[in-house]
Ligand binder design. Structure first.
Ligand SMILES: [Zn+2]
Length: 259
């Protein structure tokens, strides 16, 4: 576990003002999502330090408490479709820690993937040196960019250097890559839409069994680069932006995840 020092500020902001600002910034109303976006657990009214992270795990919440943060901002919050609403077991422990320390939990899922500058997709594309290009697929979450000719080996190497993690690569038909599609996290289900959009290679976090066959049969290369690894950049970018706007402090806390 490692923490990175972000923007420094000495001001306070009201929780409600942060909530409203984030709602507008991330255009929350535009998305159909798997869980509630915005304030998921209410803590104290004034915020001076925001901790950002990928997932509202107990390790992240405990670190936020140790740092005396008043707010945590994550991509993966606590409440998902299909959850039966009971606060028991591991979920009780996470909520208990937040409530005990009066930490506000802000969580943004698809809105945080999609933001055109600060989102996971935009931030990953920027780090991989891919132009912003166009969008494709359900709720326009996928990105597609035209590049100068690149081999699959060069692209895989670029991913490995950027994310410090070797991707799982299913080669396509060996073509020179000119159109790269990507969508961070568990977006294996976007592969067919990427193929239809004309991609030569598709970058995402995870792979499931069917995608290997699709890559071989369509000739479009597939790179699974890590769910966590591809979604590490959006939450700190958004939190740093909000901290700068209100003059607050921000720390990004990295909780390593092999997935
Ligand atoms: Zn995710």
């Amino acid at each position: 576990m490692k923490e990175c020092l972000g923007n420094e500020g000495t001001h306070m902001a009201r929780r409600e003002d942060i909530d409203v600002y984030l709602h507008t910034l991330l255009d929350v109303g535009r998305f159909k999502d798997y869980g509630p976006n915005g304030l998921q657990v209410q803590g104290q009214g004034d915020v001076q330090l925001i901790v950002s992270g990928v997932t509202a795990s107990l390790a992240l919440i405990e670190e936020a408490a140790r740092l005396k943060a008043q707010a945590v901002l994550v991509h993966h919050g606590l409440f998902w479709r299909g959850h039966d609403g009971r606060l028991v077991g591991w979920l009780a422990e996470r909520v208990r820690c937040l409530m005990h320390h009066q930490i506000n939990l802000f969580a943004y899922h698809l809105p945080l993937d999609a933001h055109a500058e600060l989102g996971n997709n935009a931030q990953l594309g920027k780090r991989l040196g891919l132009p912003s290009g166009t969008t494709f697929g359900d709720q326009a979450l996928g990105h597609l960019a035209t590049i100068e000719n690149l081999t699959l080996q060069e692209l895989a190497q670029r991913v490995q250097t950027t994310l410090q993690r070797a991707p799982t690569v299913v080669p396509g038909d060996g073509r020179v890559l000119r159109r790269i599609a990507w969508c961070t996290g568990g977006a294996q289900g976007y592969f067919e839409a990427a193929i239809q959009a004309g991609a030569d290679a598709y970058i995402t976090g995870e792979i499931s069994e069917p995608q290997a066959h699709l890559a071989r049969e369509t000739g479009v290369a597939y790179l699974a680069c890590g769910h966590h690894a591809t979604e590490r950049f959006g939450a700190p970018a958004v939190a740093a932006h909000v901290a700068a706007h209100f003059g607050l402090q921000h720390h990004f806390v990295e909780i390593d995840n092999p997935a």
